[in-house]
Design a protein around this ligand. Structure first.
Ligand code: ISL
Length: 579
């Protein structure tokens, strides 16, 4: 795992294409917009872009419902635009990763249209079709009790043939049946199509759902009051999962030296994770285990009240993966934001104007001083935050949050005034926040689109208060400047921060709100200590040996007072180095 590789040192900038930059005033970001910002992305210190899906799609799930893997959703542009993007990236020594959404397609994909036509259709077996069940009263029921990821049953009834098809996400996202080898080959060909165009890597969406238990058994009844239950034990990391990944690797990715990162749900224990990423298994390069994104979920799901963030969770997950990956020769991903969640500064830091800059810089210090490949969501580098709390439910448009809100609303007699607890969760974690239009300027529509255009998603009004690229670009104290410096700093000390060893200081040795760890170069004595205060209060830590160390970096303009007792100011981050 200390073997140096460009992909391990890469900084990957995730672009949610609809929200990045619109050049034709339709309120929807596009490929020419992305091309126009490549110099900017490079200037931040990123060398690779990962595009959330840009394929043809009816956009029921913002492109995670693909209707044709080989063409581009028209508002984004054309295949020629992708070719131009690739050559512009090459000219800057940058790389392109695409999102690979092959656990399911859109119901408008030609494969599904053929599949649904008749029970003996040539592509019937490319999806999961099953007969209905009937209860004692003769009422038609789905083939099993699985709950869909966005609510309701995971099965959709189709009148055409009187059968149900499996749709773990939306009814318009039917699951592909990977046990069918013709389907697998068709998917392989579609992937090769992009690799031949020059794509360098993929983020594999819902990766470990691609193999299900062949019998599709009922999920255990854990919520007796609910009609449908979680079936994850049977649909996540199924028996042929590793076979499919090894096949993808040897038959497709290897010939192109493509790099892959898989999204992993449900089976996140060390042993399962090691099977995906141990180098010797030749499957994928890295994983998003997602547990860092799920830290503050409620006990019965993302938006159920009763969750919340404590730095203790981050301390233990960071220690777990920083120490586990080297053990099984895997490689970490580092991320705090993506398009499925709230902005990290609002969730794990603070978007209170008094602390926001410090908190955003503190989180940047966390991400840039750990071992792994670093992923940044567009806007994170300028400290973009969640929608303001005074915005009501009508500003939230994502299907996941809306479906959940409506389900609870119904159970509370349709009374919006009783929804404050759920609103609070949405304000922190709704997927909308990760999808807000990029804030380029303090002008109309934050410069995301022209002033007269209507952006597809609410623009956060805080772009007028300095939370935009233009304002931060020339300010040496801005979050943006801090990110640029932090990424350069990380590069300068790759042997410590990217390839070095890791040791977490226990909570008892520091402070409950302080995350503190040491990083050490394997081949020299160079050592660093990182102290991060996840609190809006001063947190005092006592680390006697650090009195001899020097401060390398921090997010306050002055270093904390030197001594055995270090009083960290709100959201302060300090990096010390031994000698
Ligand atoms: O969004 C989630 C939590 O808020 C996740 O449960 C998510 O549904 C899961 O991680 C799979 O996500 C991916 O596939 C979905 C798509 O909606 C997400 O945007 C994508 O990241 C279906 O393709």
């Amino acid at each position: 795992n200390t073997e140096r590789q460009p992909w391990k040192e890469a900084v990957i900038y995730q672009i949610y294409p609809a929200s990045f930059k619109d050049t034709d005033s339709d309120g929807w970001g596009d490929l020419p917009g992305i091309i126009s910002k490549l110099d900017y992305i490079r200037s931040v210190g990123a060398d690779t872009i990962w595009l959330s899906p840009i394929y043809a799609s009816p956009q029921n799930d913002m492109g995670y419902d693909v209707s044709d893997y080989r063409s581009i959703h028209a508002p984004y542009g054309t295949l020629e635009d992708v070719d131009r993007l690739i050559s512009e990236l090459r000219a800057r020594d940058m790389k392109l990763w695409m999102d690979l959404v092959v656990n399911h397609t859109s119901n408008e994909h030609e494969w599904f249209k053929v599949s649904r036509r008749s029970r003996d259709s040539a592509k019937r077996d490319w999806y999961f079709w099953r007969d209905p069940k009937y209860d004692a009263e003769g009422i038609r029921k789905p083939p099993n009790n699985w709950k869909g990821m966005f609510g309701g049953s995971a099965w959709t009834y189709d009148e055409t043939t009187g059968q149900y098809y499996l749709s773990l996400f939306l009814p318009s996202q039917p699951d592909l049946n990977w046990t069918n080898s013709e389907l697998r080959e068709a998917v392989h060909d579609d992937i090769r199509f992009w690799l031949d165009h020059g794509v360098d890597g993929f983020r594999i969406d819902s990766m470990n759902l691609m193999s299900k238990h062949p019998d599709l058994p009922d999920g255990e009844i854990t919520c007796p009051d609910e009609e449908y239950q979680s079936g994850d034990k049977w649909f996540a990391s199924g028996p042929r999962m590793h076979e499919y990944l090894q096949e993808l690797r040897t038959k497709v990715f290897d010939a192109y030296n493509a790099v892959t990162v898989g999204e992993l749900g449900f089976t996140k224990d060390e042993e399962s994770v090691s099977k995906y990423v141990a180098k010797s298994r030749h499957e994928i390069n890295m994983l998003f285990t997602g547990d860092i994104i799920d830290m503050d979920f409620g006990p019965n799901g993302k938006y159920t009240p009763g969750g919340g963030f404590h730095p203790r969770q981050l301390r233990s997950l960071t220690e777990k993966w920083q120490t586990a990956m080297p053990r099984f020769d895997g490689w970490n991903t580092l991320y705090l934001d993506n398009h499925d969640s709230g902005r990290s500064v609002s969730r794990y830091g603070s978007d209170d104007p008094r602390y926001r800059t410090y908190a955003a810089k503190m989180l940047a210090t966390y991400l840039t001083t750990l071992s792994g490949t670093l992923f940044l969501l567009a806007g994170q580098e300028i400290g973009m935050a969640n929608l303001p709390k005074d915005m009501g439910i009508d500003q939230y448009i994502d299907v996941e949050g809306k479906n959940y809100y409506n389900k609870v609303l119904q159970s509370r007699g349709g009374d919006h005034s009783k929804m404050a607890d759920i609103m609070k969760e949405l304000q922190l974690k709704a997927r909308d926040h990760g999808r807000l239009p990029m804030q380029w300027t303090d002008g109309p529509n934050a410069g995301f689109t022209s002033p007269e255009a209507c952006p597809w998603m609410t623009v956060n009004p805080d772009h007028k208060l300095g939370w935009n690229v233009e304002t931060q670009q020339d300010d040496p104290n801005s979050v943006l400047s801090f990110w640029k410096e932090s990424l350069a700093f990380r590069k300068k000390f790759v042997d410590v921060f990217i390839y070095g060893s890791f040791e977490m200081l226990p909570e008892s040795a520091t402070h409950e709100k302080v995350v503190a760890y040491k990083r050490k170069d394997h081949s020299s004595d160079k050592e660093a200590l990182v102290l991060l205060n996840f609190s809006d209060q001063n947190s005092t830590v006592t680390i006697p040996w650090v009195t001899r160390w020097v401060v390398l970096r921090g997010n306050y303009s002055t270093a904390p007072i030197r001594g055995e007792m270090i009083a960290l100011r709100p959201y302060e981050a300090v990096v010390y180095c031994s000698g």
